[in-house]
Design a binder for this molecule. Structure first.
Ligand code: NAG
Ligand code: NAG
Ligand code: NAG
Ligand code: NAG
Ligand code: NAG
Ligand code: NAG
Ligand code: NAG
Ligand code: NAG
Ligand code: NAG
Ligand code: NAG
Ligand code: NAG
Ligand code: NAG
Length: 519
């Protein structure tokens, strides 16, 4: 890519282009035109905006690139134009920049060229002055509601360069509060977690609740849902634990907003012993095997190949007793399974995390103590609930609920592992560096960020890797419970779909499953 500063062009071009800029500005500011310029790319390039519908101003035909340039200069929003992309005379005008809001790429049309308008900072000198000053003569400023000169629509004030620059039309673009960095005409604001988006991303949509009818059971509704996981890697079918009804539900067909919901396992079927199930893990590698922790029997059971409705479960961990022996699982909660079908299960009341290879009679302690005591050191847990595994990197994450922290362990270390606090760990509370009885974790495969169900705070927190505080992406920032579409009442678990566009949350006391758009 080659950029020719405008003054490198031949004098004929210079005349035309200075003249076109001259049109913009009243006589008093004519000297400023020498500080503004149009930069042309070499031939064979075109502009790709980040958000075409939001940034494209017009498509017309002009006789020459110079006339296209004049059109851009005459449009107060235009910062970029390209010429000759789809046809020889095509002139497209855009808002934006070539840094964050789009880029110049090579074009299949060898004649195509991109022009970028660079406006002089001196044109913004009157920003913030009373309107009686000259701002009303400068097309890049306008008189605002409080009678001071302010930025034109679709632009915001960047104090470090003293200019109005384009707002972002990109969903999820990073932003700072109180700076109007996001395109207001798209209803984007800088959300509480410093990304541009509509307020609607903070609102959940209910996909199942206590009125939901099952396609294969007369028992209506979801009652105190706990664990949740996504079935498969290319659909948004969901498996949830309907704890209050002692059953596992399948929520099929995201395309019809989950109008097909069915019971996939329950206590009644012959050979089954489901009673107070808590968590579910879908092993999509194996024909969608579903692992469930079952409180009443102190076991982990496996439903193989969920294409069959109500298959027989198989016990894969736990001798059925609630002791401290390595064969016992006392209050098994969070469960994950690795690629070798080893089961990793958190024992809430043995305060440890156990590893069970297939067909083992005893488990091995990954975290915690043979005596099953609780504690708050890096070797201890106090009521671990949800767990997550990043097998690619050999990390295990544990929601250490009664220590109000998320611990991370390197599975390569000698077991029992010594943990590091990666979120919370500052006592129970709702400040941004705190958690309250966190119950579940998922790890973003895109960014490594942690999504944490902050159960006692009725909110979902996101902690970026290495962050010392989290941001609330759903629920009340201050931890208050509620039943509106922006609040929870003791959320228990969450799932994220494969391309990380949606988050699903089981909202325990509201007896519902909520879906949120992720940005
Ligand atoms: C009002 O004017 C001041 C500058 O005097 C500016 O900082 C502020 O943002 C303006 N407020 C509004 C609402 O435009
Ligand atoms: C202001 O402009 C500078 C220089 O382009 C840039 O580095 C900075 O990120 C901008 N700040 C904001 C808040 O847009
Ligand atoms: C900044 O935004 C917060 C809310 O996000 C608001 O309470 C505060 O008054 C704003 N400050 C300014 C200077 O606009
Ligand atoms: C922005 O919100 C207003 C009011 O709710 C609505 O009328 C308008 O269509 C929205 N615009 C976009 C681009 O969504
Ligand atoms: C994400 O995946 C869902 C299906 O799981 C699909 O409907 C959607 O189009 C995908 N979105 C993106 C941005 O890939
Ligand atoms: C699904 O729900 C969304 C949001 O409530 C709605 O916009 C969409 O039309 C629904 N789709 C179907 C197929 O019902
Ligand atoms: C509901 O989903 C299940 C599981 O995918 C499927 O077997 C069944 O045919 C679906 N029923 C309807 C009415 O679509
Ligand atoms: C299982 O662990 C217990 C201690 O909890 C031990 O006594 C027993 O020998 C172990 N059994 C096997 C088969 O390793
Ligand atoms: C664990 O060991 C594997 C293989 O040597 C390595 O790829 C991985 O990065 C290690 N994990 C950690 C967390 O150190
Ligand atoms: C756990 O790790 C910390 C920090 O590296 C260290 O200070 C501590 O001695 C370790 N504890 C044990 C029991 O290995
Ligand atoms: C919060 O807890 C973390 C982990 O224990 C610790 O590193 C950090 O210093 C604590 N922050 C405050 C403000 O106490
Ligand atoms: C996502 O998963 C892939 C495949 O396991 C892995 O190579 C990649 O490092 C993961 N990314 C993150 C951020 O964990």
């Amino acid at each position: 890519m080659f950029f020719y500063p405008f003054y490198n062009y031949c004098s004929f071009h210079t005349t035309i282009w200075l003249w076109s800029l001259f049109l913009i500005i009243k006589q008093t500011y004519s000297q400023e035109i020498f500080a503004s310029q149009t930069i042309l790319s070499s031939q064979g390039n075109q502009y790709i905006p980040a958000n075409m519908p939001a940034q494209l101003i017009s498509i017309t035909n002009t006789d020459s690139i110079k006339k296209c340039s004049i059109l851009c200069n005459n449009n107060v929003l235009c910062r970029i134009f390209d010429y000759g992309v789809s046809s020889s005379k095509q002139c497209r005008l855009f808002e934006g920049d070539t840094n964050k809001l789009g880029q110049i790429v090579s074009s299949s049309s060898s004649q195509a060229q991109v022009g970028t308008l660079q406006i002089s900072a001196r044109l913004f000198a009157e920003y913030g002055s009373p309107c009686i000053s000259t701002c009303n003569q400068i097309r890049y400023l306008r008189c605002g509601s409080n009678s001071t000169c302010e930025c034109m629509p679709h632009t915001y004030w960047n104090a470090s360069i003293s200019m109005c620059i384009p707002q972002s039309p990109i969903l999820g673009a990073s932003c700072q509060q109180n700076m109007s960095m996001c395109r207001q005409d798209l209803n984007y604001t800088c959300l509480q977690f410093n990304q541009c988006g509509p307020l609607s991303v903070l609102s959940g949509t209910t996909i199942a609740d206590d009125t939901t009818k099952m396609s294969n059971s007369p028992t209506v509704g979801v009652n105190s849902p706990t664990g949740i996981d996504i079935l498969g890697t290319n659909s948004d079918s969901i498996i949830i634990v309907d704890d209050g009804n002692n059953r596992i539900l399948g929520l099929w067909d995201a395309d019809t907003n989950y109008t097909n919901i069915s019971v996939v396992a329950t206590v009644g079927a012959s050979g089954q012993s489901l009673s107070m199930p808590l968590d579910v893990y879908v092993n999509a590698r194996n024909g969608c095997d579903i692992y469930v922790t079952n409180y009443a029997t102190s076991q982990v059971v496996l439903y193989s190949n969920m294409q069959t409705i109500n298959p027989l479960p198989r016990i894969v961990a736990g001798d059925g007793f609630r002791g401290t022996e390595l064969s016992s699982l006392y209050f098994p909660y969070g469960v994950v399974v690795d690629s070798h079908k080893n089961v990793i299960v958190a024992l809430m009341l043995n305060h440890r995390v156990m590893f069970w290879p297939p067909n083992a009679l005893n488990g091995t302690i990954i975290v915690g103590h043979i005596s099953a005591i609780s504690g708050a050191t890096s070797m201890d847990l106090d009521m671990p609930v949800g767990i997550a595994i990043d097998e690619h990197n050999s990390w295990l994450y544990v929601a250490d609920s009664n220590n109000h922290r998320i611990q991370r362990y390197n599975l390569n270390d000698t077991w029992p592992c010594n943990g590091t606090t990666v979120a919370g760990g500052n006592g129970s509370g709702s400040r941004s560096n705190q958690l309250s009885a966190p119950s579940y974790i998922k790890i973003s495969n895109k960014t490594g960020a942690l999504y944490i169900v902050d159960n006692g705070n009725n909110r979902i927190q996101r902690w970026n890797q290495g962050a010392t505080e989290g941001v609330t992406i759903a629920g009340d920032i201050n931890g208050n419970p509620g039943s509106s579409d922006t609040t929870f009442n003791y959320p228990s678990a969450l799932a994220i779909n494969h391309n990380e566009t949606f988050m699903y949350v089981t909202d325990y006391n509201n007896n519902r499953v909520q879906r949120f758009q992720l940005i």
